[in-house]
Design a protein around this ligand. Structure first.
Ligand code: UTP
Length: 290
């Protein structure tokens, strides 16, 4: 079955990025000239996704406004002859069919994904974490979808993380199948003891899930941090039917982390066709003075 639906959980509290995220959702933090979540929606669309459900909560209404039309602004842009900017602004509302649902309590990523049950129905679907921006020539979500089509199992976006930080991530039991593709048969969220670490491969930012995840999530008890962890539900899938891991190409930026936001801003600005050259000249001058 073709994967055409995606879910973007964006209802977290963003406590690592306070005070910026006190009233501004971290998914709306700007990288150069677009909010982070627009990069993520564009990646989904470039991967063949046509329908996107964004999970929000109180105070995240500006995410809905960003993907809506803005008649007053559009009129003003047209009247002042700014056709290019007008086209850019209008195109945001035409990227995909975008729907919203509220996660009424912030009970974790697993709980957020479970809010997508009626949107997803009986189809496989992609999940793009709302604070993970991935930039690359081949969209990461599309790489996972291709692996789903080839192997027929739920797919995880995976990357190797440094040994001293594995306790902050998930740890996966993997075996190489071919190239950058692995089979995954077990996992643990935030392993605190060295002997619990299954490998340095961790789930980062993207997955393609099958609808059987919802019944599993219904029966998943709160885990690490008292939250309903998506990893705990995926562990059941991995242990029973098995999952596929794709060590995707592309650079991931963690928009839930202050250093991650700075890295994204600098590196994406350097690639910007209009600003890149002048920003590079500015950086070179700055670096000399450090
Ligand atoms: P994180 O755990 O990184 O988000 O979840 P958080 O809870 O906002 O982080 P901190 O630790 O407080 O800074 C990854 C993704 O899952 C969403 C987040 O918005 C983020 O995009 N999420 C998390 C939800 O939608 N609901 C939740 O209950 C938790």
């Amino acid at each position: 079955m073709k994967v055409t639906k995606a879910v973007i959980p964006a209802a977290g509290l963003g406590t690592r990025v306070l005070p910026a995220t006190k009233s501004l959702p971290k998914e709306m933090l700007t990288i150069v000239d677009k909010p982070a979540i627009q990069y993520i929606v564009e990646e989904a669309v470039n991967s063949g996704i046509t329908d996107i459900l964004i999970i929000t909560n109180r105070g995240k209404g500006i995410i809905e406004d960003h993907f809506d039309r803005s008649p007053e602004l559009e009129e003003r842009l047209l009247a002042s002859g700014k056709k290019d900017v007008y086209d850019q602004v209008v195109s945001i509302s035409r990227l995909a069919n975008i729907y919203f649902v509220r996660q009424k309590e912030t009970k974790g990523l697993g709980h957020a994904v479970n809010c997508a049950r009626s949107f997803v129905g009986n189809e496989p679907f992609a999940v793009l974490y709302g604070d993970d921006v991935i930039i690359g020539d081949d969209p990461a979500c599309g790489q996972l979808i291709r692996a789903y089509e080839k192997y027929g199992k739920a797919v995880l976006g995976i990357k190797s993380v440094p040994e001293d930080s594995i306790s902050k991530y998930s740890s996966l039991k993997v075996e190489n199948l071919e190239g950058n593709i692995y089979s995954c048969t077990d996992m643990i969220e935030k392993p605190q003891k060295k002997e619990d670490v299954l490998s340095l491969y961790s789930i980062l930012g993207r997955c393609v899930l099958t609808p059987d995840i919802f019944d599993i999530l219904d029966n998943t008890k709160p885990g690490a941090g008292g939250e309903i962890q998506l990893t705990d539900a995926m562990k059941t899938l991995a242990r029973t039917v098995g999952m596929t891991g794709v060590d995707f190409t592309g650079k991931r930026y963690d928009m839930g982390d202050k250093l991650g936001i700075l890295e994204a801003t600098v590196e994406i600005a350097l690639k910007n066709p209009l600003l890149g050259e002048s920003f590079k000249a500015y950086l070179k001058k700055l670096v000399k003075s450090l």
